[in-house]
Design a protein around this ligand. Structure first.
Ligand code: PLP
Length: 447
């Protein structure tokens, strides 16, 4: 029998009387048929208040690279909580975490800690402007850099308002943003090195930094085309701009040295979040000594009451040791698992007449469903994604999967975690089969 969600519906109705719109982060409201309320998780599994059990591929929007409630992490957090939850001061723990990061990520010559990647993005942009004395940040369409004023300019420009191919618009999705913020950004399309060169040429001498998700997980799951990382590095070196890798999602997931090691490039600044704290509110700004110069000198303000919080540090130390202990087999093992899942889902799509084309390296992938009449071949960038991915059809399939106990992220992204096994993938595909049948039988395109 497909799952039902009566207890979550009841709690959501109650929540709306005390929590603004019932949720603590806007996008959670979008979950269909209702934002779910969870009771506990273990490894790749998660249980909700209706007693439904899910094989979870959302894993805390990617933060739970280690699966739900890994025993070692719970012990590390418990032991630290008994010694103290917060000092707003120094501890040897923070040096231990910093030294581990230095050892794992060659470009992390120095680090600073915050509690969310959104904060770290703000710090990185400030640092880049101070370092270069220039006002502009170049960013790419479809890349997400947190929810602050500066993180969202040009992120998901609505079709019809996204501007010419050569000059993507600088639209912010939120009201209440300081208007001048929009002028501090240059927006470029992803995965087109020649277009990037032209954008840099047009604003040459005024750009402080180029920021990007090395493997774009916030729009489809788009690996960079051959030569793109090299082009960014070359342009940054030529013009004295900082190369900022936003590894909030990719950090540790793509290996101990993150996506920069996996793809083979060296940024000036790196933003880490999610997996580096294993579900605690922890994020890291890492960089070369030169790029961190203005923080070293004190000319750039970087602060926060909860920075270097010992609970988060204890969690992070456990996560870093866990990833270091995986050795050279990471991320190949979870990439292979993810690819097995992608292949199995594509096969289900074929046998049920669903034009599903999973895209991504494996450990992260996007369930692309082609719109009727769309061309085949990998999605390349944000405009291509909006043009060819059938978001309404995916939403329908996602709900069918949820009702059979398979949970992917609403926008179509799937993560395999270090807790998923081959047996979990097989069980996922067995559960997914009736979901595909129900979807194929009941899907009707919106009129
Ligand atoms: C690439 C990227 N950067 C920054 C952020 C912001 O992180 P946080 O939600 O921890 O502020 C996110 C969050 O999803 C992200 O995916």
């Amino acid at each position: 029998m497909p799952y039902t969600f009566a207890a979550s519906e009841k709690l959501f109705a109650r929540a709306q009387r005390s929590i603004a719109s019932g949720v603590s982060s806007g996008i959670r409201k979008l979950e269909q048929p209702v934002p779910l309320y969870f009771t506990h998780g273990a490894g790749p599994r998660l249980w909700d208040v209706d007693g439904n059990e899910y094989l979870d591929y959302a894993i805390g929007q990617g933060a739970l690279l280690y699966g739900h409630a890994p025993a070692g992490l719970a012990e590390a957090l418990g032991a630290q909580a008994r010694r103290g939850t917060h000092w707003a001061a120094q501890s040897e723990l923070e040096i231990e975490v910093a030294e581990r990061l230095q050892a794992m990520i060659p470009s992390a010559e120095l680090v600073r800690f915050n509690n969310s990647a959104t904060e770290v993005v703000t710090a990185a942009f400030r640092l880049a402007r101070a370092h270069t004395g220039r006002p502009l940040i170049l960013r790419f369409e479809g890349h997400y850099h947190g929810w602050a004023d500066e993180g969202l300019v040009g992120y998901a420009n609505p079709p019809g308002r996204w501007g010419p191919d050569e000059d993507p618009a600088r639209i912010h999705p939120s009201q209440g943003v300081i208007p001048a913020v929009l002028d501090q950004f240059v927006v470029a399309r992803w995965n087109d090195p020649d277009h990037l060169r032209r954008r840099v040429e047009e604003y040459r001498g005024r750009i402080a930094a180029i920021v990007f998700e090395p493997i774009l997980c916030n729009t489809c799951c788009l690996e960079p085309v051959e030569g793109l990382m090299r082009t960014i590095r070359e342009l940054c070196d030529r013009d004295g701009m900082l190369m900022i890798a936003d590894e909030t999602i990719t950090g540790l997931r793509f290996g101990a040295s993150c996506a920069q090691g996996y793809l083979g490039f060296r940024p000036d600044l790196t933003i880490l979040g999610k997996a580096v704290g294993g579900g605690t509110p922890f994020a890291v700004l890492a960089g070369t000594r030169a790029a961190m110069g203005k923080i070293l000198s004190g000319e750039v303000v970087h602060a926060g009451t909860l920075n270097g919080n010992p609970l988060c540090l204890a969690g992070s130390r456990w996560c870093l040791d866990f990833v270091a202990g995986l050795g050279a087999g990471h991320p190949a093992a979870i990439n292979a698992l993810g690819r097995r899942l992608m292949d199995g889902l594509a096969a289900l799509g074929r046998s049920h007449g669903v034009p599903l084309r999973p895209q991504g390296p494996g450990l992260a992938f996007h369930a692309v469903i082609l719109k009727p009449g769309s061309a085949e071949g990998p999605i390349r960038d944000y405009r291509d994604y909006v043009g060819r991915h059938d978001a309404a059809r995916w939403a329908h399939l996602r709900r069918c999967l949820l009702e059979e106990g398979v949970r992917a992220i609403e926008r179509g992204l799937w993560f395999t975690s270090l807790a998923h096994t081959g047996a979990d993938i097989d069980e996922t595909l067995r559960r997914a089969a009736p979901a595909f049948s129900r979807h194929a039988a009941s899907w009707r395109p919106p009129q």
